[in-house]
Design a protein around this ligand. Structure first.
Ligand code: SF4
Length: 238
């Protein structure tokens, strides 16, 4: 079996509750969604990388040396062996973050369940489909059908001690959509919201962040920097 891995890298966490924490990242390839602005199409739209056994993945991660390990994707919760990988990392003393869109449940060990539910602006359409990638119409329908799964989100919110709901936000419509989603989730959800300003350049992220400050204050939502974009821009392996 094994897991397809698109990359390993060690950096500092760029977003969310543990921003700035040195972390070794493993990016699993394969995703059940096709976000139009996906910044890792090599792990979703066109999954790449070798299939590796869990033991080999573990060795690579341990060479990274960081106490924190982020299992990201793609969508790591698609794969049964993600559960085994996380368990082995826990036994090795690592602090584990799972990065997921929150559409699939698995009983995976995680010190931080980092969920990025996908809002309407993620859905590709004919005119917005990514240049260079083919996307059958059925995928567009599948993305729209699957991108929000309140039952899965509620289960993750109930079962994990540390949870964040990270939303990429670009407009007031996004804020309204988040509030609608929260009204369909359990009470804890509103306390776990972290907004991430949309943008692939430091200038764009800062402009969106400034606009979001009063909205976050009004709702008691956290605003996250996007440290890796400030430092490195929209660059792979950072
Ligand atoms: S869920 Fe994540 S990896 Fe999958 S397409 Fe969307 S942004 Fe890309």
């Amino acid at each position: 079996m094994g897991l397809r891995v698109s990359e390993f890298f060690t950096s500092v966490q760029g977003e969310g509750m543990w921003v700035g924490v040195p972390s070794t990242f493993v990016r699993l390839s394969g995703c059940n969604l096709r976000c139009v602005w996906c910044d890792t199409p090599y792990a979703s739209w066109a999954p790449e990388g070798p299939v590796m056994e869990v033991d080999a993945i573990l060795d690579e991660i341990l060479q990274g040396g960081a106490d924190h390990v982020v299992i990201t994707g793609g969508e790591p919760m698609l794969f049964e062996e993600t559960v085994t990988l996380a368990q082995r990392l826990k036994e090795a003393g690592k602090v584990i973050t799972i990065e997921t869109a929150g559409t699939v449940y698995r009983p995976v060990v995680a010190d931080l369940m980092s969920i990025s539910p996908k809002l309407a602006h993620s859905t590709p359409s004919g005119s917005l489909a990514r240049p260079g990638f083919e996307l059958p119409e059925s995928w567009i329908q599948r993305h729209e059908r699957d991108r929000l799964q309140p039952e899965v989100l509620n289960r993750l919110l109930e079962e994990y001690e540390n949870v964040q709901l990270k939303f990429v936000v670009a407009s007031e419509e996004d804020l309204a959509e988040i509030e609608t989603l929260l009204s369909n989730l359990n009470e804890r959800a509103a306390k776990c919201v972290v907004l991430m300003p949309e943008g692939t350049s430091a200038e764009r992220v800062q402009a969106t962040a400034k606009w979001l400050v009063p909205h976050c204050i009004a709702r008691n939502w956290r605003l996250s920097p996007r440290f890796h974009i400030d430092l490195f821009g929209d660059k792979r392996g950072t």
